[in-house]
Write a protein that binds this ligand. Structure first.
Ligand code: CU
Length: 211
């Protein structure tokens, strides 16, 4: 009887020792989950469009499936996941028009959505270095953008931001003067070789975790 009791106590002690150890090795830091962004016209820029993006996070890989309509047809539309730790984690408002031009350029939206962290290119590099790789973004035939790409590598802080609802998707390219092409005298704030129409933010949506 005495012997049996001692064995039972030892077994309990063992279990108690293992539980906190297992907790320490549990993948608590791995980000995972589904999220959705409802893309709406950026304030002041007057794009008559909308869209939806689905984002699945698995560790530091993300799958993105996105559709949008009402964009300038047959013109390249840069699209990114933006995030900044000190940003507002939202789409810009009319009050972000700091130069008073009456429209919002990409830089003016920065305090709202942060920097480019992932370039949603169709092929090749997806880092911020490809932010304006115009020949690798969707050209929205008929104004309709359809994008799907899996296993996009992202930084740990970006994966975490997406799962916590702090990242924002932005589709760029606005035809302010409605003449069917990117033109105008105002240079882009991102690349002065391009007109601002080519890079101004068109549609935007915060990526909201699901479930
Ligand atoms: Cu962007």
């Amino acid at each position: 009887m005495k012997q049996t009791r001692r064995v039972a106590l030892t077994a309990l002690g063992c279990a108690a020792a293992i539980i906190p150890l297992a907790g320490g090795f549990a993948p608590a830091t791995a980000n995972a989950g589904d999220a959705v962004a409802h893309l709406e016209p950026v304030a002041l820029n007057g794009v008559p469009g909308s869209g939806t993006a689905f984002v699945t996070v698995r560790g530091t890989r993300v799958d993105v499936s996105m559709r949008a309509g009402g964009l300038l047809a047959d013109a390249p539309h840069a699209a990114h996941i933006h995030f900044g730790a000190d940003a507002r984690h939202e789409c810009p408002a009319a009050t972000d028009d700091t130069d008073g031009s009456g429209t919002l350029n990409t830089t003016e939206g920065g305090p709202a959505y942060g920097a480019v962290r992932v370039s949603l290119t169709k092929t090749g590099d997806t880092s911020p270095a490809s932010a304006l790789a115009i020949d690798r973004f969707d050209t929205a035939p008929g104004g309709e953008l359809a994008y799907q790409r899996g296993s996009i590598k992202v930084d740990q802080d970006v994966a975490k931001a997406i799962t916590e609802g702090y990242a924002v998707i932005v589709i760029h390219g606005v035809d302010h003067n409605h003449d069917g092409s990117y033109d105008g005298a105002t240079p882009s704030d991102l690349n002065p070789a391009l007109p601002t129409e080519a890079t101004d933010p068109a549609l935007c949506g915060r990526i909201v975790p699901q479930g």
